[in-house]
Design a protein. Structure first.
Length: 416
């Protein structure tokens, strides 16, 4: 069978039925601010589906990743407990944080690797307890979705080298199917908050993927301390365009020079701090946006509706799209339930450049499949979870049944 030209596919994580606000993520300001609030799992999941539906209507190829088994009984068993008696371990065992698929893996498309395969390394997420046990569930999905011989799916980098996946990785290229420069952004400082991406983890992934061209760039301490716990909170790239805050990188002059040396056609769109402060950028999740190439040409920025509520941010964006630069369109999307837990549009998706025909079709969606998923979510996802309910839910049998119903609808019983 002949292969088609590769395209970029966004694989969005479906928000799980245990979505709640436990405030587990140190350094994620929204997560901590909204700890203890009532969550709305059904609305959260449906908001995510609507974002996917909007992408499909733009002409983009859309995929999905599935919520993990929660509570994670196997993890609790390793800690010699269970859901009924887990105490403070119950919240990290129940977190729906796998919804943020940008942290699922680091992806290097085939044109970038010496063996001509698309490589995916599942993230270990060791810095945060509630995320540290995600990788086995993610790995099982990646091995299933990308079983074709054109892919190489790898297990995690070993601890203690923290790896948070694509949220700290960017790729710049002439077009998606061309060889690219892969940029790994790591942290060292950050004041009161941990730097989650370690240099050694990034370097190991670049070696493992056999990359032809990689840059290793340090995130600025100021950005981490301000609440940019991942690089994708202060920068995003697509094809030849890098869209970043002025204070995103520790040594931007060297980074920009190295990037221009490798990709002379690169367009760097930098937002000055005097126009948009780090605080406003993080509050609006301006950079935690999907920067996508439209089939008709030009690029669009798919960003949270919250960006319209921060006056200086929206004013700057309107000037940007009117300037005849590469970013021509602003598309606000409502993902407020995810935003309240600290994840915007970019957090919800993993980008994979490949031929869609090489992907297990059960992980790809069209509007009809999204309709079926919406029906399952409407029937099985809880409407709300109040903070006083959280510690009384125990093994959460309703959530277990909800996930099984979703897997049945997708014919993915292997993941049960």
């Amino acid at each position: 069978m002949s292969r088609a030209d590769p395209v970029e596919i966004n694989f969005d994580g479906i928000v799980g039925p245990t979505h709640n606000y436990a405030g587990l993520s140190l350094g994620n300001l929204a997560s901590r601010k909204n700890a203890g609030q009532t969550s709305h799992p059904r609305a959260a999941a449906l908001q995510g589906l609507e974002k996917m539906r909007a992408n499909i209507r733009l002409g983009l190829v859309q995929g999905i990743l599935i919520p993990h088994r929660r509570p994670d009984a196997e993890w609790l068993e390793l800690l010699a407990t269970d859901a009924a008696s887990a105490g403070p371990l119950w919240a990290p065992a129940t977190s729906a944080s796998a919804m943020w698929a940008a942290n699922a893996a680091t992806v290097s498309p085939a044109p970038d690797s010496t063996d001509g395969r698309c490589h995916l390394t599942v993230a270990n997420l060791v810095t945060m307890p509630h995320r540290s046990h995600e990788w086995p569930g993610t790995l099982a999905q990646l091995q299933l979705a990308f079983a074709d011989a054109t892919f190489a799916v790898h297990g995690p980098v070993p601890a203690p080298f923290g790896d948070e996946g694509a949220a700290n990785h960017m790729r710049l290229c002439e077009h998606h199917g061309a060889p690219g420069v892969e940029v790994f952004v790591y942290g060292e400082g950050g004041g009161p908050f941990p730097a989650r991406q370690h240099f050694q983890a990034s370097a190991a992934i670049a070696r493992r993927h056999g990359l032809r061209d990689a840059l290793f760039v340090r995130q600025s301490d100021e950005a981490i301390a301000a609440g940019a716990f991942h690089n994708d909170v202060v920068a995003v790239a697509n094809e030849r365009v890098l869209f970043a805050h002025e204070q995103a990188f520790a040594d931007k002059a060297r980074f920009f020079a190295d990037l221009r040396g490798r990709l002379p056609s690169v367009e760097i769109v930098e937002v000055p701090a005097e126009a948009v402060s780090l605080a406003d950028a993080i509050a609006s999740y301006l950079f935690n946006a999907q920067l996508v190439t439209l089939p008709e040409g030009g690029m669009a920025l798919i960003l949270p509706t919250e960006a319209r509520g921060v006056g200086r941010v929206w004013e700057w964006l309107e000037v940007l799209v009117a300037s005849n630069g590469p970013i021509r369109k602003l598309i606000p999307v409502d993902v407020r339930e995810s935003m309240a837990n600290g994840g915007g549009p970019a957090c919800l998706r993993l980008r994979v450049v490949c031929d869609p025909a090489t992907v297990d079709p059960r992980f790809l969606v069209d509007e009809a499949r999204l309709d079926r998923l919406a029906t399952v979510i409407g029937a099985h996802w809880p409407e709300s979870v109040a903070p006083e309910q959280v510690e009384t839910l125990g093994a959460w049998p309703e959530a277990v049944r909800a996930r099984v119903a979703l897997l049945d609808a997708l014919d993915l019983s292997e993941l049960a």
